[in-house]
Design a protein around this ligand. Structure first.
Ligand SMILES: [Zn+2]
Ligand SMILES: [Zn+2]
Length: 388
């Protein structure tokens, strides 16, 4: 073969090996990270298969059990994304034992969002460079679709920078799960198939099968989970309100808080990343925090970090300020809209009055009932007679 074909083949081989060994980088991860953003079509084939697998529903059909399983697995694993990959591995907002940490990492692996160290590295990088050129998924820098899905397919974003997650990289079991990040997803997919096959045999009344549970419990639920999570990257810096004046454009959104179990309070989180809860006040729904609270009662996790009083006070002050501003604005609008009605009416009245003043008043006979309003008697008219 000619010389230019070898690098291409080598790149193909690298991409295929990386499906299994995510740390396989013949030229070194640093060089790979320096490359310009470019979709690695071979490397992302498992990700494409994840989406294509949803079409399997054409052949497997559906059953209430399979559909509800997909919903339940979406939320159980969204909890793993937010409560484990985000609030534990990325920010260490609570503590656990080494074994507990391993269990959490396996649970996180079922989300099919790569390994815990890769996830934490990229997320810490996002906080360091929020909405600047370096931010891998800023919708303001790279556009909506790149921040939603494009960045995860880019060759330069595949390697984990272990130097940025030294606190996690010292645990070989975590590095193993991160390096072979396809293992847990494969086991999860196989267990879905196995569950469906077992139910088909032992509980035929449920009407499900192995392939059907694989499609609903793995492919559909995981694809939905990916796009739900990605909404934080693409939309949480575009949609919602900004309570805190952070240096990025993060926002708080109730809708995103529902989709992502509390992660929608993203502006709160960018203001103070170390707290276990993202909903800073009781009215900011944060199901991940409630779930973590439940988990803490089992003894698996502990040492939650609270939002400092100074940050809460800052938030209340900002809300109060915004309420006052909104009230002032509505007052202004009210006055303006009233004036809109008053001005034409007043003008009409003034014109009418002038015309009336200039008009020749019809002579009417003096009758006792005409001058009921005594003020009329005080009008200085040329022909008015003294009222005495
Ligand atoms: Zn953000
Ligand atoms: Zn974060």
């Amino acid at each position: 073969m000619s010389a230019p074909a070898r690098p291409l083949l080598s790149r193909l081989k690298t991409a295929v090996v990386q499906w299994i060994d995510a740390d396989y980088c013949p030229d070194g991860p640093e060089k790979m990270r320096q490359e310009p953003d470019k979709v690695d079509w071979v490397r992302v084939m498992p990700f494409a298969v994840l989406h294509l697998g949803c079409f399997g529903v054409i052949w497997t059909g559906w059953s209430p059990f399979a559909a509800w399983s997909a919903v339940a697995l979406y939320f159980l694993r969204m909890f793993a994304v937010t409560g484990i990959y985000h609030r534990y591995f990325s920010h260490k907002t609570y503590s656990t034992s080494r074994f507990g940490q391993f269990l959490l990492a396996v649970w996180g692996g079922t989300t099919v969002q790569r390994g815990p160290l890769w996830w934490a590295y990229h997320h810490r990088h996002h906080h360091q460079h929020s909405d600047d050129e370096e931010d891998a998924h800023s919708p303001h820098v790279h556009g909506f679709w790149w921040s939603h899905i494009g960045w995860i397919t880019s060759r330069r974003n595949f390697p984990t920078d272990y130097s940025k997650v030294k606190d996690l990289a010292k645990f070989p079991e975590l590095v193993f799960l991160n390096r072979f990040d396809i293992v847990v997803p494969l086991l999860f997919a196989a267990s879905m198939f196995g569950l469906g096959a077992a139910l088909e045999r032992f509980a035929p009344g449920l009407g499900t099968t192995g392939p059907q549970m694989l499609v609903w419990g793995f492919f559909i639920s995981t694809t939905a989970l990916f796009h739900g999570t990605s909404c934080i990257n693409s939309m949480a810096h575009l949609m919602g309100r900004r309570r805190f004046k952070t240096t990025d454009d993060s926002r708080n959104s109730f809708i995103l808080a529902i989709i992502c179990l509390g992660e929608g309070w993203h502006n709160n989180h960018h203001r103070y990343q170390s707290s276990t809860r993202n909903g800073f006040y009781w009215w900011e729904i944060d199901p991940t925090y409630y779930g973590l609270k439940l988990l803490s009662w089992t003894g698996l996790i502990w040492g939650f970090k609270a939002v400092p009083q100074s940050v809460l006070a800052e938030g209340e002050h900002a809300d109060h300020h915004r309420t006052v501003e909104a009230a002032a604005r509505s007052e202004h609008v009210h006055v303006r809209s009233s004036l809109k009605k008053v001005v034409p009416t007043a003008t009409a009245l003034a014109v009418g009055t002038i015309q009336a003043a200039q008009a020749e008043a019809p002579k009417q006979p003096e009758r006792p009932g005409i001058h009921k309003d005594t003020t009329e008697l005080t009008v200085d008219k040329p022909d008015a007679k003294p009222a005495n």
